[in-house]
Ligand binder design. Structure first.
Ligand code: RB5
Length: 153
């Protein structure tokens, strides 16, 4: 399972913490930046990670900014991306199980590092339940095809 990881400057420290955790667990993880706390625009990183997930090369994306909100808004512009902002493990579980989320976003100014790792673990260790939830995602995919023009290249 390959994971695309990214943050803006506000999420940089937490992103580094998450990257080390994923490395320790032997996940294959590509860091799409940023690589310092120099100010950066979260959409740039959200777009890179979203494209990587849309391409099929990466199973999941993890994006971190100050609140997690900007990253989720930006990532959800891409067809096929279902980005979920999670502040607790409960949301991460159901983002995967019910919503088939493929991008996790978190806010470094909202949650601490320990909780962030619990959220990441819950997200990566929960499978999509399928069944009635598949039909709901199909509805989203259909409207996406009609209404959204952003292409993942
Ligand atoms: C940066 O100050 C902050 O606006 C950004 O990290 C994020 O929280 C946006 O949603």
């Amino acid at each position: 399972m390959k994971i695309a990881l990214g943050s803006d400057h506000a999420g940089y420290i937490l992103k580094e913490h998450v990257r080390k955790h994923l490395d320790n667990l032997s996940y294959i993880c590509k860091d799409f930046g940023v690589y310092s706390e120099d100010r950066a625009d979260y959409p740039d990183i959200a777009f890179s990670v979203s494209k990587a997930v849309c391409s099929g090369e990466y199973s999941y994306g993890i994006l971190i900014c100050g609140t997690g909100i900007g990253m989720s808004i930006a990532a959800n512009k891409f067809k096929g991306i279902r980005a979920a902002l999670c502040c607790q493990a409960y949301s991460a579980k159901y983002a995967r199980e019910h919503n088939g989320a493929n991008v996790l976003t978190m806010g470094s100014r909202v949650i601490g590092p320990g909780l962030a790792l619990n959220i990441v673990d819950q997200f990566l260790n929960t499978s999509f339940a399928g069944g009635r939830h598949s039909n709901r995602i199909k509805k989203i995919t259909e409207v996406e095809a009609k209404e959204i023009n952003v292409k993942s290249e």
